[in-house]
Design a protein around this ligand. Structure first.
Ligand SMILES: NC(=O)c1ccc[n+]([C@@H]2O[C@H](COP(=O)([O-])OP(=O)(O)OC[C@H]3O[C@@H](n4cnc5c(N)ncnc54)[C@H](O)[C@@H]3O)[C@@H](O)[C@H]2O)c1
Length: 363
């Protein structure tokens, strides 16, 4: 036996193939089967990996039983995240799921409560958090003292085709969540209020709003200002955006690609050390396997991840009304919907027992 964790891949689409390759190359995990509603897609993914004999199927529990899988990597479409993850957790299988945690905030709370009831780990992979440069930026920000304003400027002009060009808020929902999640980690701060304005420039090839500015007030007093566009040809930023964090003792800069730079007072700016490690989904996979072995709570554990989705939902709500959104009020409304919609009695009872969503998420 290899001693590697046998994992089932659920969802064999574009991103599923990235995960299949990461699982194949992992020393800690082993791909034992592929599940997709479209079984031919699962079969093609296995064949393209050079493993045409890999068990495949459309039913997660059936393939898990057949293969002895000890966990699930969920790379299905966001609308399926709730059903796939809840099914796996209730069968005793820990889950590593692609972002977003779920399609809606009430569904995300349902999954946090399901993890509580089942005692199984559900970790959300926000792949950009698992860049070693992001750890280095957090270390640099840790030397700034009290924080003032952090800005992230994102400007790209990709032509994806497909669902992103049909969404009402492609930039906020599909892309900004990466920066908003990283910012919680980098600033070590949680969102309290969110204001957003969004729009779509006349030359946009997106149906929904491809531009947005989000202002997040945090529990550290620091403000995060995220400005992004998916319709900004010329002089594009990196995929991670350009970061500037100002604090009491100086400023940390990151272009989203190279090592961050720290400028303290009048001192010469210094390039921050980046400790090499597994990147993006490989980093998430390593953290997941490590957490299952040690019991550590990884970044992206469902309770901890919910506030990243909440920031996005708050931004979308604010863009619609022009009003600043109080995150605790948004969470309270989502909690009421989660209790009303929950179909499992034990999960509904767990949700109903939360006196405060913020406290329940803090674990
Ligand atoms: N981290 C990143 O940078 C990044 C990049 C792209 C996509 N993603 C995320 O990855 C996920 C998948 O995106 P994608 O682009 O691969 O989508 P996709 O549409 O290419 O593939 C999704 C697959 O899931 C399958 N599926 C849907 N419902 C299912 C169910 N109930 N059970 C089993 N299979 C089911 C579909 O048949 C399809 O093959 C999304 O959550 C997306 O947000 C993340």
């Amino acid at each position: 036996m290899s001693g590697r964790l046998p994992l089932l891949l659920v969802g064999a689409g574009a991103m599923g193939r990235t995960w299949a390759a990461a699982l194949e190359g992992s020393a800690a995990a082993e791909l034992v089967g592929v599940v997709d509603l479209d079984v031919d897609a699962a079969r093609r993914a296995a064949a393209d990996l050079g493993r045409p004999d890999l068990p495949v199927g459309a039913d997660l529990l059936e393939v898990a039983g057949r293969t002895g899988a000890a966990g699930v990597v969920d790379v299905t479409v966001p609308a399926a995240h709730h059903v796939v993850t809840q099914t796996a957790l209730r069968a005793g299988l820990p889950v590593l799921g692609e972002k977003p945690v779920a399609a809606t905030l009430p569904q995300a709370l349902s999954l946090a409560a399901t993890a509580d009831v089942t005692g199984r780990l559900f970790m959300v992979s926000q792949s950009r958090r698992w860049l070693p440069e992001v750890d280095a930026l957090r270390a640099a920000v840790g030397r700034l003292g009290a924080l003032g304003t952090a800005t992230v400027h994102f400007a790209k002009a990709p032509h994806f085709g497909g669902f992103r060009e049909e969404m009402a808020h492609p930039l906020l929902v599909d892309m900004a969540i990466h920066a908003l999640d990283c910012a919680r980690f980098v600033l070590d701060a949680e969102p309290v209020t969110v204001w957003c304005t969004s729009g779509n420039p006349p030359w946009s090839w997106y149906a929904g709003d491809a531009e947005a500015t989000v202002v997040v007030g945090t529990d550290r007093g620091a403000r995060l200002v995220y400005t992004g566009s998916w319709c900004a040809p010329g002089a594009e930023t990196s995929w991670n955006g350009a970061w500037r964090v100002s604090g009491e003792h100086g400023t940390a800069l990151w272009d989203g690609d190279a090592a961050p730079v720290l400028a303290l007072g009048d001192a010469e700016p210094e390039v921050v050390d980046v400790v090499d490690g597994p990147r993006e989904v490989r980093g998430a996979l390593a953290a997941f396997c490590d957490a299952l072995r040690t019991g550590a709570r990884p970044w992206g554990e469902v309770h901890a991840n919910v506030l990243s989705l909440a920031t996005v939902e708050a931004a979308v709500a604010s863009a619609a009304t022009g009003q600043r959104v109080d995150v605790d009020e948004l969470l309270a409304r989502a909690h009421a919907t989660a209790v009303a919609d929950e179909r499992h009695d034990d999960v509904r009872a767990a949700l109903a027992g939360w006196s405060s969503v913020r406290a329940a998420l803090a674990g």
